[in-house]
Ligand binder design. Sequence first.
Ligand SMILES: [Zn+2]
Ligand SMILES: [Zn+2]
Length: 273
Amino acid sequence: MIIDSHAHIDFTGYDDDRDEVIARARSAGVDLIVAVGNGDIIEGSHERAQQIAESYPFIYTTVGLHPHDAKLYNEQIEAYLLKLCKHRKVIAWGECGLDYYYMHSPQETQRRAFIRQLELAKELRLPVIIHTRDAEADTIDILHTYWAATGLRGIMHCFTGSYELAKAAIDIGMLISFSGIITFKKSAELRSVAAKLPLDTLLVETDCPFLSPEPHRGRRNEPVRVIDVAQVLAKVLSVDLLELAAATTANFSKLFPKAVQQPELNYGTTKQL
Ligand SMILES: [Zn+2]
Ligand SMILES: [Zn+2]
């Protein structure tokens, strides 16, 4: 089995064939999917992700405000997120973090929303899923100040950072999750960072519908393609695909033991992966 640790399958681009997309992933050996509520908070992305998680025992979900939307953060949004958090399939807080590349919200606003969400995740004892782009120094600084001492862990999702960022995150117990970006021709530097990371710190994800891995680049992404990501990551680390799948599943299981031990799931019957 293999796990897609970050998928936006609530997006409307799947409205016509979501069940088939999910079935395709399952029959290829993708046995667990984390449906990250992200999109448009006002448009009900989280509720849709929760409905999907209710329909499938192997789909879990998260609650958080993306850094792009940090400017929307206020008491009302916070109360709304906290209410959503009570859903039984919520396993993590996120994605939250900093994105100074797109800068859809001012830096200081992003920092405030990020810190506040770390405080909430700490109170709720939830691992955190972090989105960070072009904001390494502030990310490390905030994680050290507001997260390291909590004893909680989390995921650096869709990792594109430096070895220093990966190392700093791993040192405080975070897992590093690679997406289709690692398969892109231009990502030689990222592959060389990945090659230096221990197998017991890694996860794989699609971040679908974005970032389709090679050879599907440019088309709508979907959870089954986490296998293409895993194949490239396995090659980078000089391990075989099954070993990488087993290691990333074990890493995920340690972080989210309840999700993987669901009685509805029968991991004894490993499929082709
Ligand atoms: Zn993200
Ligand atoms: Zn995402």
